[in-house]
Design a binder for this molecule. Structure first.
Ligand code: ADP
Ligand code: ZN
Length: 745
């Protein structure tokens, strides 16, 4: 007999990388394996941890206690997912505990209920004793005709039926049903029932593939699975159907798949299309799910009952069995980056997971691929396939760039940038019963309040950022920390009695558009209108049903929407993000404008796009107007490549941010980080690092904390890896590390 291991290494979901040693009690040995969750005692109670290794000898000298429970029949984390946790910890320099915490859904970390939320169970009445002959029936039910009715009803339903159905729908007597059970003729079973809020959603089977789509599917299937592929298809080229067809092949071969979409693109439209192909095989991992629903979806995937997971960023960790493919739709989307440790990027995690799963394929898709992905394509590390045309040979909509400095404006618009050209187009669409989309990537009513006499701008006391004026509810709010203040009546500095609202927000735009087009039905979609569960779904369903004439909102409305009756798209102010002090400002603007432009003209009526800007000659605007990522990349890449100061993709980037309540101390910490990095660069990495800073972050104060950052660049990914791992071992709480940052603000 092989003696079983006596000790387990357990990683706890805390910002610590090391594992703790626990003793394995005899009775739990079967369930204590790498990847399994265990409940272990800690100083003041108990926590759920993950077993990472088994040993015969204790590897640490801590006071070794026994594991108290092992709730998993099968380990919660497969070897591949455990490996992915290690990779995230190493690549992003995050404590392993936090990397593992990101992989399992919240409810599975609850010590109070380590087995996870109860499975929703349904009580089902099952006939156990057969009463075959009519004569026998007469005898058995002689005194209880109601029991006989109940018995025969269940019999007619095939011998079993949910109690709720029998009592609520068929109005059978509950007493009679109890009687059947007491008589030994039936019993009540609890049957696990997966809660799935999307269960009703489906769409007709998908159309057959066009020749272009077929060509891309065949070419991808002929590509070795180890090579990630990029489908570079223009907006409306039918990428979704290509993904679904590829996934259908994967599922038909007995494997599972993950489809990642930007959070905001997880619309009823997307879900219905996926369900149209895979029906109940699909688990939708929406952020609006309850804990119970989330745990149900996770368990159904883990058990292999569902084979396709659809969801945002964190769905890259879905416990799909025999994973065959991961699709990353709109791979350029910034929401794929996690904002807190382990700060992973789902696209890169997908590539790593596919590698660890052995033979799983990664399929990236976008009309506006990120420069990082385009660069991997140029290096030959990703194979690119193009869908250059829209479905049905529909043209991409013509884009008119309107120079706000010179174009004639509608007089009634006052300070609102609303030109005659855009006004005429929206009015025309409404008159023809068509729909319009208006993008303004700034929520609130006005961006800030300024004193016209002294120029003072009201800013948040906790964050170095202007307060945004909101109309409903009225007041000024900080978009970073939520601080609220009344709209001032006079200047706090010079006492001037008039204060001016500056900068247009979506609330004010809605106001204006409603007065300009009083008959139009308007829906506004931004963070303020979509904070409740499913609000975002409800708005889009109204648009789909034609109950909305004008949909206006922030970048939320730019993604993935496919409404054939939208014939006019207006970008009210394309410059809102163009001059942010971030090397990706131009790329973001290009993607946003090109994507929202792609919402127009998806139906037979065609469509037109109007982009209002003060920078009509900026390469981001010009390339977006031409729907051309090639034109954008050609202009943008030289700006990020030497002799210009290099930025990704020509180098790798890591950002260290020090933050604290005391400004001087925070600056001093950042100073020490920079000194440590410079020393590491020269002494250990042969000068491979370029260290910039320290400098105050563009947002110098956030939620009461001062912020200073240091940027580190290196052409060699390996050098950056060594730096972040060396830093991880120092576990300095006042400093966060962000490798491949998507925001430098
Ligand atoms: P993309 O994601 O590339 O912007 P979609 O996948 O949303 O494009 O497809 C655009 C539209 O074309 C959708 O309405 C879709 O149903 C339709 N479509 C896609 N493929 C086909 C096809 N082979 N035949 C007919 N319609 C299609
Ligand atoms: Zn604030």
């Amino acid at each position: 007999m092989i003696p079983s291991a006596r000790y387990a290494e357990v990683v706890l979901p805390v910002p610590v990388s090391r594992a703790y040693t626990y003793q394995i009690p005899d009775g739990l040995a079967d369930h204590v394996v790498p990847g399994a969750r265990v409940v272990v005692p800690v100083r003041r109670g108990a926590v759920v941890g993950i077993v990472t290794a088994l040993n015969d000898q204790p590897s640490a000298v801590n006071d070794i206690k026994p594991i108290s429970a092992a709730p998993d029949a099968e380990p919660a984390l497969s070897d591949a997912l455990l490996g992915l946790g290690r990779w995230m910890s190493d690549y992003y320099g995050a404590p392993l505990g936090l990397a593992l915490r990101a992989i399992l859904p919240g409810p599975l970390w609850s010590v109070a209920r380590p087995e996870g939320p109860n499975e929703a169970a349904e009580r089902v009445l099952v006939i156990t004793g057969r009463v075959e002959s009519l004569l026998e029936r007469e005898r058995v039910f002689k005194r209880s005709p109601k029991r006989r009715v109940a018995y025969e009803a269940v019999e007619a339903l095939g011998g079993s039926a949910p109690l709720s159905h029998l009592v609520d729908r068929l109005n059978l007597s509950a007493t009679a049903i109890d009687g059947l059970v007491r008589q030994g003729l039936a019993r009540v079973d609890r049957v696990a029932q997966t809660r799935d809020p999307f269960a009703g959603l489906s769409s007709p089977p998908p159309p057959t593939l066009t020749a272009d789509q077929q060509r891309v599917v065949a070419a991808i299937e002929a590509t070795p699975a180890e090579t990630p592929v990029l489908i570079h298809g223009v907006t409306g080229s039918g990428k979704t159907l290509v993904y679904l067809d590829l996934l259908r092949g994967v599922v038909a071969s007995g494997r599972g798949a993950i489809l990642l979409v930007p959070e905001i693109a997880l619309t009823p439209q997307t879900v219905a299309r996926v369900r149209g192909v895979f029906g109940d095989q699909v688990a939708v991992l929406h952020s609006g799910l309850s804990d119970g629903e989330r745990a149900d979806a996770w368990r159904a995937l883990r058990r292999g009952e569902r084979r396709v997971a659809v969801g945002p960023r964190s769905a890259v960790f879905a416990p799909v069995q025999r994973l065959g493919a991961i699709v990353v739709d709109e791979e350029h989307d910034a929401s794929y980056k996690q904002g807190s440790a382990p700060r992973y990027h789902a696209r890169d995690a997908a590539i790593e997971r596919a590698r660890l799963e052995g033979g799983a394929r990664v399929i990236l898709g976008s009309a506006t691929p990120s420069l990082e992905t385009l660069d991997l394509g140029l290096q030959g590390r990703i194979a690119t396939f193009a869908l250059p045309e829209r479905i049905g040979a529909r043209p991409l909509p013509p884009v008119e760039v309107i120079d706000l400095k010179t174009a004639s404006r509608v007089p009634e618009a006052g300070v609102i940038p609303w030109t005659e050209a855009l006004d005429g187009a929206v009015g025309g669409a409404l008159a023809r019963g068509e729909q319009a989309i208006l993008l303004l990537n700034r929520r609130g009513f006005a961006t800030f309040v300024q004193c016209p006499a002294c120029g003072d701008v009201r800013s948040c006391p906790n964050c170095a950022i202007a307060l945004t004026v909101h109309q409903t509810p009225a007041g000024m709010r900080c978009h970073y920390c939520g601080h609220e203040a009344p709209v001032p009546e006079k200047c706090r500095v010079c006492g001037n009695l008039t204060q001016r609202l500056r900068g247009l927000g979506t609330q004010q735009l809605e106001h204006f558009v409603a007065s300009r087009f009083p008959a139009a039905r308007i829906a506004r979609m931004d963070l303020d209108t979509t904070s409740t569960k499913w609000a975002h779904h409800r708005i889009l369903e109204r648009v789909a049903r034609g109950e909305v004439d004008i949909l206006l909102g922030t970048q939320m409305i730019a993604k993935g929407l496919d409404f054939p009756n939208v014939t006019v798209v207006g970008v009210v102010d394309a410059d809102t993000g163009l001059h942010f002090p971030d090397f990706r400002a131009a790329e973001r603007t290009f993607q946003l404008v090109a994507q929202v432009a792609g919402r127009a003209g998806r139906g037979p009526k065609g469509g037109r796009v109007f982009v209002q800007t003060r920078s009509p000659d900026h390469h981001a605007i010009r390339a977006a107007a031409a729907h051309s990522v090639e034109a954008f990349a050609a202009a943008e890449l030289p700006l990020r490549t030497p002799p210009a100061p290099p930025y990704p993709p020509s180098v790798g980037l890591v950002r260290f941010v020090a933050s604290g309540r005391d400004e001087a101390r925070t600056a001093a910490i950042a100073e020490r980080v920079a000194a440590w990095l410079r020393r590491a660069g020269t002494e250990r990495l042969g000068g491979a690092l370029t260290v910039l800073g320290p400098a105050p972050c563009p947002i110098t104060r956030l939620r009461g904390l001062w912020r200073w950052h240091v940027l580190v660049k290196a052409a060699e990914a390996r050098a950056l890896g060594r730096v972040v791992r060396a830093w991880r071992s120092k576990s300095h709480r006042a400093v966060t590390v962000d490798r491949d940052p998507v925001s430098l603000l």
